[in-house]
Design a protein around this ligand. Structure first.
Ligand code: SF4
Ligand code: SF4
Length: 247
């Protein structure tokens, strides 16, 4: 299935339980061509927020948990940082990280899309979402085995950093000679938390909370790649023509 049809299928399932604004649906499906990249700098993170000038709408986000746990019910991949390998390995009672990796993880290589359509090829160690998960199932959307009957995560708070990160994705790039952490949304079609707004003020709480989560995850992920637990084969290239609304 192509990425576009996967997103369409995810949206179709999502709309059984949640209403999705028709304009937002078209945007998520890539049918809105006139979209600007608005950047918002909070702490050490530069957020890229889509803005549709024709409709004069920003795409903002908030989480509906505990009413929603879609990201755990349709989990596609759980790449682990080196911190995760230790924390989760200990949480699952493994004395050695090597035993945890051998029994509880699968390695996968895949393309990870950037906000401007570029791609990096990633190789990562991923937590098995099902005890008998194989490498062939990487990227398929299945319920995570750690989702409990109340919609919580049975390993919380020691869950993978990538679970805290969703629905954001993050990368580092050189901005004027200095390394800068960037973040944008990933639109899989599974999250009902996206909404349209006239301004960005309603998302200040999320910017504050997620700038910390994103910074910590970005640092852990970069360190993981350096230690060869994961590999980014190609880097993202710099965005052009950004509008900067940072302070
Ligand atoms: S991030 Fe999105 S999909 Fe996950 S619980 Fe929150 S609203 Fe639901
Ligand atoms: S590890 Fe926990 S938070 Fe992450 S997908 Fe599984 S149930 Fe959800």
């Amino acid at each position: 299935m192509s990425q576009e049809s996967e997103v369409a299928e995810s949206l179709r399932l999502l709309e059984k339980d949640w209403s999705v604004d028709p304009l937002l649906r078209d945007f998520i499906l890539g049918r809105i061509l006139n979209v600007n990249d608005t950047t918002v700098v909070r702490d050490e993170v530069k957020f890229h927020i889509p803005y549709m000038p024709d409709a004069k709408k920003y795409v903002l986000w908030k989480c509906f948990w505990p009413d929603c746990h879609n990201c755990c019910e349709r989990q596609g991949r759980l790449p682990l940082t080196d911190d995760d390998l230790i924390t989760i390995g200990e949480g699952l009672k493994y004395a050695k990280v090597s035993d945890f990796i051998r029994k509880e993880t699968v390695t996968a290589t895949y393309a990870s899309g950037g906000p401007d359509g570029t791609e990096a090829v990633m190789t990562t160690i991923n937590l098995k979402r099902r005890e008998d998960e194989s490498e062939d199932e990487d990227g398929t959307r299945i319920p995570c085995r750690f989702l409990d009957v109340d919609g919580g995560c049975s390993m919380h708070p020691a869950r993978p950093g990538v679970c805290y990160l969703y629905p954001f994705t993050t990368w580092t790039q050189n901005d004027g000679g200095a390394a800068r952490i960037h973040a944008t949304y990933q639109f899989t079609g599974d999250c009902p938390g996206f909404y349209l707004a006239d301004g960005i003020d309603d998302m200040e709480r999320e910017f504050a909370d997620y700038s910390v989560i994103i910074r910590d995850y970005n640092i852990a992920s970069t360190r993981t790649n350096r230690q060869s637990f994961g590999v980014a084969t190609l880097g993202y290239r710099r965005l052009e023509g950004e509008e900067d609304k940072g302070r």
